[in-house]
Design a protein around this ligand. Structure first.
Ligand SMILES: [Zn+2]
Length: 321
């Protein structure tokens, strides 16, 4: 049963993705605001209407939509709303919401180059087509305005915008100081460790982002904020945020140290490390598993545990002696 709790109502919507249901939130203020949309599927729409109905609301009572980030399970449902309904989010959402041919081309060039540097063989390079697959989930929208660190959510002065890049370059979260409630998108989840996904640099041609390092910085940022309760993008609320962050960071450090062990035997390309880490799924989920692998490698390199050297256009990773 959907109900209000201190001005926030949570609705869980189904997705066809392995992650399962996604949580969206309605907040009350000078406007009625939906935070994230779920996907634009029949089941997603039905569940959203049911949740709204239990609050005595209809879809067109929603006056504005705010995004935690651009991933399809969070932003794919924008098409359920008229283009007159203002959409807000971090400016880095915009390129994924418009999905212009120019951006698709830039995205493909970035991934081809990235794959080449990681030593991905020719036959796997079709993975760069993935962006076209996710493009079909998106309804083109232009942000009414961008939300950045220090802003408040329009029509909700009590909700502060906190930039939390890592899981996505567009990721932000919303914090209500008076009671310490955070609406955190996919930044920190109760049961899943969010995969910081590789994205092309915001400015074409610049160095690629290092999403796992950004993610860790964003976790540290949250350690400096007194959070009484976290509303998550998937799964249950979290009450002990510092405890969960500590657990997550320990788990991640152990994973990285296992990657280091692999490199102790041989110097390897990113693709070779990926194959050893994910032998069963790397072919089917190359984009995801490469992202995860490169995250661990960036992490180890940042700690000074491993080093890189370029050989015939490929990056070779080896243990720092
Ligand atoms: Zn996400």
């Amino acid at each position: 049963m959907t109900e209000w709790k201190n001005g926030v109502a949570k609705i869980s919507l189904p997705t066809p993705f392995p992650v399962g249901d996604v949580n969206v939130y309605i907040i009350k203020g000078d406007a009625l605001t939906l935070i994230d949309t779920g996907l634009q599927t029949e089941q997603g729409k039905e569940a959203l209407l049911r949740g709204l109905g239990e609050l005595g609301l209809r879809l067109d009572d929603i006056e504005q939509v705010v995004l935690t980030h651009h991933h399809p399970d969070h932003a794919g449902g924008l098409g359920l709303f008229s283009v007159d309904v203002p959409v807000y989010g971090h400016p880095n959402n915009q390129r994924f919401l418009l999905m212009s041919d120019e951006f698709i081309g830039e995205h493909e060039r970035f991934y081809l180059d990235f794959a080449r540097k990681l030593g991905v063989p020719e036959e796997y390079k079709k993975m760069v087509a993935q962006i076209r697959r996710s493009a079909k989930f998106v309804s083109p929208r232009v942000l009414r305005s961008g939300l950045v660190e220090g802003d408040t959510v329009p029509a909700h002065d009590d909700w502060k915008v906190i930039e939390t890049p890592g899981h996505a370059q567009s990721h932000i979260s919303f914090y209500r100081e008076k009671d310490g409630v955070m609406i955190g998108g996919d930044h920190l989840l109760e049961k899943i460790s969010p995969n910081p996904l590789m994205e092309p640099p915001i400015i074409p041609g610049e160095d690629r982002p290092k999403p796992l390092l950004q993610y860790n910085d964003s976790l540290n940022k949250w350690l400096g904020i007194p959070i009484s309760m976290l509303y998550t993008g998937h799964g249950n609320e979290v009450f002990d945020v510092p405890g969960l962050i500590k657990k997550q960071r320990e788990r991640q450090h152990l994973r990285a140290m296992n990657v280091k062990k692999i490199l102790e035997e041989n110097a390897l390309t990113g693709f070779e490390v990926c194959k050893r880490l994910f032998p069963a799924v790397y072919e089917k989920e190359l984009g995801l598993t490469l992202s995860e692998t490169v995250g661990q490698l960036d992490y180890l390199e940042n700690l000074g545990e491993i080093k890189t050297e370029e050989k015939s256009g490929m990056i070779i990773y080896s243990v720092q002696q």
